[in-house]
Design a protein around this ligand. Structure first.
Ligand code: NAD
Ligand code: DAU
Length: 352
């Protein structure tokens, strides 16, 4: 019994791998092409651990995936690998189409061939869990009800369109071939090991570095925030108890305007590591040009996963933000290695 995790050197994938191996002995094969977002330092605690087998490779390399599935007798694929940053998708969509659409298609093809040749009961037990986003549902007005699994897909950015395309492929492989797929659509994650291009780690890093805290537009865009540890526990619930062919919304019941999130981060930093001049970090807030096509509001109705699978987030926004700010304060070396680029040397130093 082995899990194949794709993108397990990224933010959510590495948190999932670390959490999994804390509680399970079932090994993980971790396939990651180590783009700028992949960082093996996230998995440093697993060095020498035989339960973690890292493979440097691309999900679009179908023969490689076929070999890994067969060699390791994989019983489930946890598919995290993606290009994940909306701003990057606006500046350069190509990689998003290649990995999120073509890569997912190649992975599905490899899974279909492998699963098709399995005998019961392994065939019945096999799962393909596709980790997706709430952004596929588009943007809500302030008064709209939160997204349910029945909302129409209306992706607005190249990133969300590429994720929507991959969701449709996953759905089609169930409908057409019977591949036992599960899809999760999750809201904004935060927590340890998040690349400091995303709002929360970027604000913490810039605050401590004395740099501006950039607020796009009026800062009143709303996101639902979920601690990454809660996302990992939701994915375990979906893997263990989810019904093939179903989709599950995952969220934190924590809708917040961006400006409120940034003020909450500044308040924690003011308390834990005050500025030398006694001023609040909030004085570094700077309004900048809005993101093109910026979605106004996302909100997740996570009733289905609670009702059907018994999952609810453990962290509140306050407890999760407090833990996260403390983590970044305690891991300045990790942030420095990411921001000065030296994390990329880790692969050659430790794995070759
Ligand atoms: P991330 O950008 O931090 O990590 C992505 C990982 O995938 C990296 O390790 C990267 O090297 C790897 N990767 C990229 N292209 C690859 C390829 N072609 N082959 C193999 N590996 C490749 O992303 P994340 O924030 O951890 O997100 C993980 C998944 O969760 C994504 O599918 C994303 O769409 C989804 N998601 C993210 C959030 C969020 O708030 N971050 C919320 C909901 C869903
Ligand atoms: O909703 C889930 C999605 O959340 C995931 O699918 C994506 O992979 C993930 O990147 C995230 O997308 P967002 O675009 O919501 O996250 P980001 O951290 O980039 O931005 C959060 C909000 O903060 C958004 O409204 C844009 C705004 N923002 C962001 C940055 C980086 C700023 O105002 N200033 C900034 O500097």
């Amino acid at each position: 019994m082995t899990l194949l995790v794709t993108g397990g050197a990224g933010f959510i994938g590495s948190n999932f791998v670390l959490d999994w191996l804390r509680d399970h002995d079932e090994p993980i094969v971790n396939l990651d092409s180590l783009t700028y977002a992949g960082n093996l330092q996230n998995l440093g605690a697993l060095e020498g651990d035989a339960r973690h087998h890292f493979v440097h490779g691309d999900i679009a390399d179908q023969p490689l995936v076929e070999r890994l599935l067969a060699e390791h007798g994989v019983r489930a694929i946890m598919h995290f690998a993606a290009e994940s940053h909306v701003d990057r998708s606006i500046h350069g969509p190509d990689a998003f189409i290649q990995t999120n659409v073509v890569g997912t298609f190649r992975l599905l093809e490899a899974a279909r061939g492998y699963w098709g040749a399995l005998e019961a009961p392994a065939k019945d037990a096999f799962r393909f869990l596709h980790v997706s986003t709430d952004e596929v549902y588009g943007s809500l007005s302030g008064t709209d009800p939160a997204f349910t699994e029945l909302n129409r897909y209306e992706p607005n950015s190249p990133y969300s369109a590429s994720k929507a395309a991959s969701d449709h492929l996953v759905r089609a492989y169930h409908h057409t071939y019977g591949l036992p797929v599960l899809t999760s659509n999750c809201s904004n994650n935060y927590g340890p090991y998040q690349f400091p291009e995303k709002l929360i780690p970027l604000v913490i890093h810039n605050a401590l570095a004395g740099k501006p805290l950039p607020i796009y537009g009026d800062g009143q865009q709303v996101r639902d925030w979920l601690h990454v540890g809660d996302h990992a526990s939701a994915l375990r619930a979906v893997l263990e108890r989810g019904v093939p062919g179903e989709t599950y919304n995952v969220g934190g019941w924590n809708e917040k305007p961006n400006l409120e999130v940034v003020h909450a981060l500044c308040a924690r930093l003011d308390a834990l590591q005050p500025r030398a001049d006694g001023q609040s970090y909030a004085s570094q807030i700077t309004y900048v040009r809005d993101r093109p096509g910026h979605d106004r509001r996302y909100a997740i109705d996570a009733s289905k996963i609670e009702r059907d699978l018994g999952w609810r987030p453990a962290e509140t926004f306050d407890s999760g933000i407090d833990k996260t700010v403390r983590w970044y304060l305690a891991h300045g070396d990790w942030v420095a290695a990411v921001t000065d680029g030296s994390y990329r040397a880790w692969v050659s130093k430790n794995y070759q």
